[in-house]
Design a protein around this ligand. Structure first.
Ligand code: GLU
Length: 422
């Protein structure tokens, strides 16, 4: 038995290690392989000065962690947020390894981040920070080594600055150094909406497995950035009524369903004070999570479903669009209460899957239609869902343990055949 007693819910790395140990306890894998694949392969920490627009200078901390490269180049986003630290980046890098393995794309896992507050920074400060950070980590990134992408508070524009900075040092244009770029410099059609689309595909599969018809059902979405925003749109296209959505400053709620098109991205609560207003009342993030609904989609940060609120979650299905939104304590409570959780490493894998398509297109210099992108995404997501669901049924474990079991098996097999150098 894995002991959760001393586990600190606030620390994503501890959360990752527990998820890993739990899944590994159901598998018959050599101890040396488990040891090797649980921990990060390489960690890179940098400190660099940033000159702000008002002339003052601050020393910033940035990180890039390559958790694993056994199945292919390291892959994962870069985030800008005050909570970024080495432990968080380690956990997020590990999630990427398991995510890429669950959907069976030829990548390892990585993550990067700069501890900063982008809400209070200008575009030119963010540009200078991006360019300097990329220069700092340039020895370890590259199209065949480690390929960054967008994550919390980074977007196609930030990716474009990364392509430019990296290409200047190389002396030629290298679109394949990042994914999630604008289409005019080699980005893929469909990448911007891919995480949300993939999440909705897994919700459709879950509904099918549970015998639920999504038409007329209700959903609540926490986080209204790229992922939450498009998830709300795709779900409402399927006839799902969106009861509430929120940003970091709170949310909006309407028991009869919200008009999603009337809400601004990022901070939907701003619509409450806009001229003309909207038909909705304000709701706190905490109350929103506990609303009665069929589907709950946490699409923001880690640890929002925890010991304190898990018993009050009333959704039937949780689709983890965010990375690490559910603590292992909450996992057990939700499972005991009959909530079907689609784990992050499956539910939000659509983003990195279309990143993979983008990288393939960059390598071949041949571009796909949006239809091809979405069709191939659907086949990868539904295959992964089915494989995880089969393990869940066969071994009587929850969907997260099942997803980790599938991923760990695949990465362990790669280590076994590759062996040890020297
Ligand atoms: N940041 C996204 C994630 O957490 C996408 C990563 C990527 O496309 O490499 O999955």
């Amino acid at each position: 038995m894995i002991d959760k007693k001393d586990y600190d819910e606030k620390r994503p790395l501890e959360m990752h290690n527990l998820h890993f140990d739990l899944a590994a306890s159901h598998l018959d894998i050599e101890d040396w392989i488990l040891d090797k694949i649980k921990h990060p392969r390489r960690e890179f920490s940098v400190k660099f000065p940033l000159r702000f627009d008002d002339g003052h200078t601050e020393l910033l901390s940035g990180y890039r962690v390559q958790h694993n490269t056994l199945r292919g180049p390291a892959k994962g986003g870069i985030r800008y947020h005050p909570s970024v630290d080495l432990d968080e980046v380690r956990a997020l890098a590990a999630f990427m390894t398991w995510k890429c393995a669950v959907v069976d794309i030829p990548y390892g896992g990585a993550k990067g981040g700069v501890q900063c507050n982008p809400d209070s920074m200008s575009q030119s400060e963010i540009e200078r920070m991006t360019r300097r950070f990329i220069w700092e980590i340039s020895p370890i990134i590259g199209p065949e080594k480690d390929i960054p992408a967008p994550d919390v508070n980074t977007n196609p524009q930030v990716m474009a600055w990364i392509v430019d900075t990296y290409s200047v040092f190389k002396g030629y244009t290298c679109p394949g150094v990042v994914t999630g770029k604008p289409e005019c410099i080699g980005g893929s059609k469909g990448r911007l909406k891919a995480t949300a689309r993939g999440c909705v595909y897994t919700l459709q599969e879950a509904a099918r497995a549970l015998g639920m018809d999504l038409d007329g059902k209700t959903a609540v979405i926490q986080g209204f950035g790229n992922v939450g925003y498009y998830t709300a749109h795709f779900l409402s296209e399927l006839g799902v009524k969106i009861l509430a959505v929120s940003g970091s400053k709170g949310g909006v709620y309407n028991a009869n369903g919200l008009d999603i098109d009337a809400l601004p991205q990022y901070e939907p609560a701003l619509a409450l004070n806009a001229p003309g207003g909207i038909e909705a009342e304000s709701i706190s993030n905490e109350d929103l999570l506990c609303l009665p609904c069929d589907i709950l989609v946490p699409a923001a940060l880690e640890g929002v479903l925890n010991k304190a609120n898990a018993n009050r979650i009333q959704a039937k299905i949780v689709g983890e669009a965010a990375n690490g939104p559910t603590s292992p304590f909450a996992d057990d409570i939700l499972h005991d209460n009959g909530v079907f959780v689609i784990p992050d490493i499956l539910a939000n894998a659509g983003g990195v899957t279309v990143s993979y398509f983008e990288w393939v297109q960059n390598t071949q210099k041949l571009f796909w239609t949006e239809e091809d992108v979405n069709k191939t995404l659907w086949s990868i997501m539904s295959r992964a869902f089915q494989q995880v669901y089969d393990i869940h049924r066969k071994h009587k474990v929850n969907m997260r343990v099942a997803a980790y079991m599938l991923a760990i098996e695949r990465v362990a097999e790669a280590k076994r055949v590759r062996g040890i150098f020297p």
